[in-house]
Design a protein around this ligand. Structure first.
Ligand code: C2E
Ligand code: MG
Ligand code: MG
Ligand code: MG
Length: 289
């Protein structure tokens, strides 16, 4: 045992941790200005309906274009926003931007719904349903076009209070989805009481399901279970044709993943969706003729 070496290692470790800590602190500071500085943007990833082959929704995924660090992924700044109490201001921005964008697409003839992600802490603030209702009214948007995604763990954190907020969100006419399903520990009896329409199977089960039989079994039984409870099912993380084939066979309702498209910035998404809708309409016309 070399005490000197061990001390040196500890020193390196500490310096690393302090640097990491400082970096996070300065990011939180920068994050405060991200909304007013217009540094946030939404990227959109299509969700494909398997039976009709139609793209009826996209998921809005938040990006932060940091002036020095470039594009910061949500897994890095959402937790910071949650711990620093900034999350509600981000969620309000996302909510407004999604509703504005959805109305803009509808006006230009693009018949597309948008799913957005809520954080666990958003369910803790009781005024979210009012904010939602206000934006919907302002843009005269059909609330049926919106899907709110809430992770399984978020819903379970304060099951009683969540149920109340979820009921009020649902009463606005939007659809609700449970995100990352399979990673938490939901009791099914509790899930049954939630006013949800859709279950999204976590990508950790989907990505390798064409190689791993256990994952395939989990996905198949989750789809059956969800259908028995009257829920639609979306599989996220579909990267191969083989996986899409399997999901089709298991009667999964919709798929999302790099195979269909990566999340796209708004200009590219608008082009992509216009093209997909023209192709779909042409094929539909071809089927009828
Ligand atoms: P999520 O809602 O489960 O979103 C799916 C994530 O999987 C996205 O990562 C997406 O880019 C990625 N993904 C999609 N298809 C594939 C695929 O085929 N393979 C692989 N490997 N990954 C795929 P992203 O955009 O980095 O977002 C990560 C998470 O950050 C989201 O997970 C969501 O929980 C959170 N998030 C994103 N935007 C928001 C937001 O506006 N508000 C809140 N509260 N959370 C957000
Ligand atoms: Mg999601
Ligand atoms: Mg997910
Ligand atoms: Mg996720």
């Amino acid at each position: 045992y070399d005490a000197k070496k061990a001390r040196q290692r500890l020193q390196v470790y500490r310096t690393g941790r302090d640097a990491e800590h400082l970096h996070r602190l300065s990011l939180v500071n920068d994050l405060r200005r991200a909304v007013p500085n217009g540094e946030l943007e939404l990227h959109y990833q299509p969700k494909l309906q398997l039976s009709s082959r139609r793209v009826a929704h996209v998921e809005a995924l938040l990006r932060w274009r940091h002036p020095q660090h470039g594009l910061v992924p949500p897994d890095e700044f959402i937790p910071l926003a949650e711990h620093s109490g900034l999350i509600r201001s981000l969620t309000d921005w996302v909510l407004h931007e999604v509703i504005r964008q959805c109305a803009e697409w509808a006006d230009s003839g693009l018949d597309i719904g948008i799913a957005l992600n809520l954080s666990a802490m958003d369910l803790g603030s009781g005024d979210l349903p009012d904010v939602l209702a206000r934006h919907l009214a302002r843009y005269r948007l059909d609330p049926g076009r919106l899907v709110l995604e809430i992770t399984e763990t978020a819903v379970m954190r304060d099951a009683f209070y969540s149920l109340e907020v979820l009921n009020r969100l649902k009463a606005c006419g939007v659809m609700l989805a449970i995100d990352d399903f399979g990673t938490g520990y939901s009791s099914l009896s509790h899930l049954k009481r939630l006013p949800v329409d859709e279950l999204k199977i976590d990508k950790s089960f989907v990505i390798g399901m064409d190689q791993d039989e256990d994952d395939a079994v989990i996905v198949r039984s989750t789809i059956e279970l969800a259908h028995n409870m009257g829920l639609k099912v979306v599989a996220e993380g579909v990267e191969t044709e083989a996986t899409m084939e399997l999901l089709h066979r298991y009667r999964c309702d919709s798929v999302q993943g790099y195979l269909i498209s990566r999340p796209m910035a708004v200009a590219e998404a608008t082009r992509w969706l216009g093209e997909a809708s023209r192709r779909y309409n042409a094929e539909a016309a071809g089927t009828v003729a």
